[in-house]
Design a protein around this ligand. Sequence first.
Ligand code: B12
Length: 416
Amino acid sequence: MAWLTLYLLNVLWAVAGTSTRAQSSCSVPPEQQPWVDGLQKLMERSVMRSDFPNPSILIAMNLAGTYSPEAQKSLTNELMSTDSADLTNGQLALTIMALSSSCRDPGSRVPTLLKRMENWTPSSQGDGASGFYGPSLAILALCQKNSEATLPIAVRFAKNLMRESSIGVDTGAVATLALTCMYNRIPVGSEEDYRELFGETLKALVDDISLRVKADGIIGDTYSTGLAMQALSVTPEQPVKQWDCEKTMNGVLNEIKQGKFENPMSIAQILPSLKGKTYLDVPQVICGADHEVSPTLTDHPTPVPTSESNINVIYTINNQLRGVDLLFNVTIEVRVKSGSVLLAVLEEAQRKNSMFKFETKMTSWGPMVYSINNIAENANQKTYWELLSGKTPLEEGVAYYIPFNNEHITANFTQY
Ligand code: B12
């Protein structure tokens, strides 16, 4: 009789387990762990070398448990002293989460962001990836700080989101994290309507993400996979296409081994998933639980131009946007050291011909080309300089992309 009771209990437990477990998780195999530690060390080392305080890095350090308490303290203090007025909604949201993950009170930053978001409306329909990324971060941060006050904002956000046809993997992933946070904190007594709205929106979001999983497990592209993994591992809604977490993990580890994660920001976005964490864990971080001793790690040196050989790169700058005064399509061929990053090509072109003059601005992903031949990007007009190899958009910016011999790079002034 006892074995029957035990058996029935086991069956019940298994059923309950599967019915509530919408989430999936997987972990890095122990023998691959040194690769992850190496990435984390690379990211943490970038903190002291950079004068751009990056909140995403602090979040990743705190979720993973830092190896470098000095870098953690210094970055926390720098973020504490940034002025909210200088930050976009998305940057402010990341700063709030970063300070919370360091167990610091974000103070007036929360009401400031709340006020800004109360006045938020998407600038136009079809705003897609760019229009919803920052607001998704804002709802995620506000949900963790004051979910009750965030509720009406999240409702408006979800309704607007449902009108969009596609918002891309990165933005879809952050929106999933934001609405999952809201879904998990629906006030008692008001459940049904909210559950239905957030549930439906989440279902549409995760369905879309699950359909972007490639054969090698990568979701969207290499650099959207970290956020997408976070989204698929927390969602209360099952995606239309079942997600194989382990396959994605293997895909990511392969990309890491190929040196695709050199950019500290790219590490900040993948590290939480490699450590089985998500941005929803920010409120639960226990401060002071750092790694005690820095482990012996295999360093993965950043590729620097090693060989003395040169390569040719064909470089075109193109502006065919009507309404922008100066139309041009000019090509130049430049020689740079093999292994150089694209920035060296742009610099060489500029040196050879003043028409190729360009300017960059510093961002969390490194320098972004914002002006070429005196034509500058404009957020109101949604214009920017898109970088392409042949006809394929590059997956990295000028400071990290390494061109090959005879590659044709185009900088195309276009709209998003
Ligand atoms: C929106 C967006 C854009 C918009 C930004 C403008 C706007 N008004 O929002 C536009 C369309 C202009 C854009 C352009 C590019 N983007 Co983009 N972008 C994003 C996205 C979806 C969200 C960024 C954001 O709002 N962050 C939130 C705020 C709070 O952070 P922030 O640091 O202040 O955001 C700024 C920077 O992210 C910067 N930015 C955006 N993209 C890129 C790319 C690079 C290389 C750099 C240096 C800066 C940069 O613009 C943001 C707004 O000012 C991210 C997704 C992600 N996972 O981060 C991709 C992402 C950052 N972009 C990416 C890429 C590849 C590009 C392009 C290089 C594409 C191309 N082939 O031309 C170009 C940049 C070219 C250049 N001129 O140097 C990759 C970067 C990967 C990497 N390893 O470097 C990402 C991660 C997308 C992906 N999954 O592949 N992007």
